[in-house]
Write a new protein. Sequence first.
Length: 238
Amino acid sequence: MPEVPVRLLIHGASGRMGRALLRLCAGRDDCRPVAAVSRTVGQRVIDGVPQFATTELHGVPAFDVAIDFSLPEGVGAILALCVERGAGFVSGTTGLAQAQQDALDAAAKRIPVLSAANFSLGVAVLDELVERAAGALRGWDCDIVEAHHVHKQDAPSGTALALGASAQRGGVEARYASLRAGDIVGEHTVQFSGTGERIELIHRAGDRDIFARGALAAAVRLHGRAAGRYRLRDLLFA
């Protein structure tokens, strides 16, 4: 744990993830929110945290790391501010265009950058295990089965595709199956099948707070790192 709490700017603070980040950060000793940024602002201070509109970004106080869970069109401004101030950038905003991915790469030459679709620490460990298993089990079948709530539209999930990419880096091509049912938060099973034996690696998410907790942990671990493009698993296994 850092000696001084990491100062966080929460970008997209009025969204579900933003609210969870602010709520969970209040119970930690290793970080503290110094600014919350949303598209519009009503009350100027909530629970001791100054509130800013996205048009007021340049008026936010000093911060060490920005955590962004907003919309693709909002990423450019907060990323530019992080580069300007030499602060770290953690983002869970999805649906970024190639030009925005290129901007992240350019920023990573000057600041530490982490962009991920899933901030579960367990999924980060699973990702590492899948790549290692695939490297050791070349020639085995690999199947990824994922289940989510009925309102999730994309299939396979972004997490399943990321796990498949890790299997591919290990030398195995994955196949996918998707289930949409009830209120399942998220389940991912990666199965390796050989002749006469089978290995299953499984992660089950029980509540959505795990993603906010993971993003907070990522921000704390990213602070003070050299400039570069990081994965969540890089911060866990470094």
